[in-house]
Design a protein. Structure first.
Length: 264
């Protein structure tokens, strides 16, 4: 066991199961000595999250629906009661009505747009308010984004627009919190087969396309993202804030199909 995160405590939001990106990051941090409090959405997920938490010796496992201010307050109040202060926060939460994660962005109704923005973008601001209030010795806030924020990806639609707003939020929050030595960054992860990803149209095709065309010629794993998350949450990255760090086997630098890749 390493000691990079020894003495650090943090909240990890967004574990749904052991394939969740949040779990990859939590496991990497726990392996370096971090103490972690988990939040989950809804009773159905509790029975998945609790055993995972227990497997790394974590006993703070709390419900938190980020669309509900009272629920966020209750979760953070409990963490504050238990720990007083925290050192890091992972926000690995996103959601849009899957009816609009296919077809044309043009067809997005107002209600679906606002809901995607609320849960996938504003919630990071909401939880950063509570987390930053508990960081009295600097800290690190981390969220998850996707290349669909920067470029048009088929089917990503309203989620791409919400992620673009999330990435802009990272920059504004970094500026707001820098004077307290609180860093704010995002990881732009390549496609990974998770629960959230299964809502995106043609996701298998997207996975295959990335595998064939990324410079590293494979897809990322939650362990890959976990390692980069560990870097951004630990003191290895004390000079880094406002950054969107791509962990996508290099796919974001590619401008054209790999001529050697077979057709799919
Ligand atoms: P996941 O399904 O394992 O995690 C998504 C989490 O969001 C779940 O735990 C879910 O409970 C939570 N969530 C949704 N609505 C919520 C709400 N109202 N309140 C509280 N929690 C809520 O999938 P994942 O792929 O690990 O997603 C984590 C993050 O990574 C998301 O922001 C996603 O957009 C982002 N991301 C995923 C990929 C990918 O290909 N899987 C790529 C880039 C970025």
């Amino acid at each position: 066991k390493g000691t990079l995160m020894a003495g650090k405590r943090g909240v990890v939001m967004g574990v749904a199961n052991d394939r969740s990106i949040a779990w990859g990051i939590a496991a990497a941090c726990a392996a370096q000595g971090a103490e972690i409090a988990f939040t989950y959405q809804g009773e159905a997920l509790e029975k998945r999250v609790r055993p995972l938490a227990e497997s790394i010796g974590a006993d703070i496992v709390l419900p938190c629906d980020v669309s509900d201010e009272a629920s966020i307050d209750a979760a953070f109040a409990e963490v504050e009661k238990r720990w007083g202060k925290i050192d890091f926060l992972v926000h690995a939460i996103g959601w849009a009505d899957k009816a609009y994660l296919r077809g044309r962005y043009l067809d997005t109704p107002r209600a679906a747009f606002l809901q995607a923005m609320d849960i996938s973008c504003y919630s990071f601001v909401a939880v950063s308010q509570r987390a930053a209030a508990m960081m009295n010795d600097g800290g690190s806030l981390l969220t998850l984004t996707y290349l669909g924020a920067e470029r048009v990806m088929p089917h990503y639609n309203v989620m791409g627009v919400a992620k673009a707003a999330l990435e802009a939020s990272v920059r504004y929050l970094a500026a707001d919190l820098g004077d307290r030595n609180i860093r704010v960054n995002a990881i732009s992860a390549g496609p990974i087969k998770t629960l959230a990803a299964s809502g995106i149209g043609d996701f298998r095709y997207i996975l295959k396309w990335n595998e064939l065309n990324a410079p590293l010629m494979r897809n990322v794993t939650t362990e890959d993202v976990g390692g980069s998350g560990l870097y951004l949450l630990s003191d290895l990255s004390t000079g880094v804030t406002g950054e969107v760090h791509h962990v996508d086997c290099g796919y974001h630098v590619v401008g054209m199909k790999n001529p050697a890749a077979p057709d799919i």
